[in-house]
Design a binder for this molecule. Structure first.
Ligand code: BV8
Length: 238
């Protein structure tokens, strides 16, 4: 950890990439861990355009449940530590795969939501948007007047990431002196590539209680949780 703190202190530019493990200590289930989201649902049925076309009510039922869980959840000490770290680093970018808005609620400013978020729905035909409150999308409002369907403002498997968001994340990875990879199994692309393919010079540190697809290739592995390690790292900064 000492090496990482020294590098963070001397860094001009830092990128943090987070995944669902970031929100585990806020009580939200991860995707592939024990009791993870995918264990009770098949990915294809829920997080894909085909799945939505096949059964929009099932997909919205799942996303409404998650939206309600997100709103009940609170940012944890790890989310707040990243918001504090952003104030200590001149050029700090936070790219998250999460759609739970917890980084936003913790005060992170330069935030890129690579896979979208659950704050809004949009019509898949005319693009009209509708904010999602704590009750989510009413099932009888999925069909839109234009003939399209209201869908979560989320990036599903097989869909391209938002162009601007991806370009910004790629550029942040390319100029980063340090990349923190926190709470992700690093199996979903292209997000995972930010820590491996889009950087030539960064010191890459992984914060995760378990081994991941990129553990063997990073410069520093801190085996622990986001809410435990991130505050300690920030507190150790001179
Ligand atoms: C695309 C939706 C092309 C929102 C999600 C190579 C290049 C490009 C694409 C691909 C490729 N190979 C394969 C693909 C296709 C696919 C993909 O990556 N498949 C994987 C499964 C093999 N990628 C795509 O389809 C992407 N689109 O490539 O489009 C294209 C281009 C042009 C034009 C048209 C098309 C789109 C990917 C986005 C999919 N949407 N989410 C939602 O429903 O939430 S992905 C989903 O997985 C979530 O966003 C999630 O965040 C993400 C990654 O999972 P993790 O966050 O890592 O969660 P996981 O459970 O796996 O891991 C949790 C980790 O936390 C664990 O390591 C655990 O140990 C750790 N942990 C647990 N507790 C803690 C902790 N860590 C710290 N503290 C703790 N307390």
């Amino acid at each position: 950890m000492k090496d990482l703190v020294e590098r963070l202190y001397g860094a001009r530019s830092v990128l943090a990439l987070t995944g669902s493990g970031m929100s585990a200590e806020s009580g939200l289930p991860t995707f592939r861990g024990v009791g993870g989201l995918w264990h009770s649902h098949r990915v294809e049925e829920l997080a894909s355009p085909d799945g939505f076309a096949r059964d929009p009510v099932l997909v919205w039922t799942w996303y409404n449940e998650r939206n309600a869980a997100h709103r009940r959840a609170r940012p944890n000490a790890g989310h707040y530590a990243l918001a504090t770290l952003e104030t200590a680093v001149r050029d700090f970018t936070l790219a998250t795969q999460n759609v739970d808005s917890l980084h936003l609620r913790a005060g992170s400013q330069n935030l890129i939501e690579l896979h979208g978020n659950l704050r809004e729905a949009r019509c898949d035909r005319c693009g009209e948007r509708r904010s999602l409150d704590a009750y989510g999308m009413p099932i009888d409002a999925i069909a839109h007047g234009c003939g399209g369907r209201m869908r979560p403002d989320i990036v599903w498997f097989g869909e391209a990431l938002p162009r601007e968001a991806w370009k910004k994340a790629e550029a942040a990875a390319a100029r980063a002196d340090v990349i923190l990879v926190i709470g992700t199994s690093a199996v979903v692309y292209p997000a995972a590539a930010l820590a491996t393919h889009y950087t030539s010079r960064a010191f890459v540190a992984e914060i995760n209680p378990e081994n991941t697809a990129i553990s063997a290739g990073v410069d520093c592995v801190l085996r622990g949780t986001a809410a435990e390690l991130l505050p300690r790292i920030v507190e150790a900064l001179p």
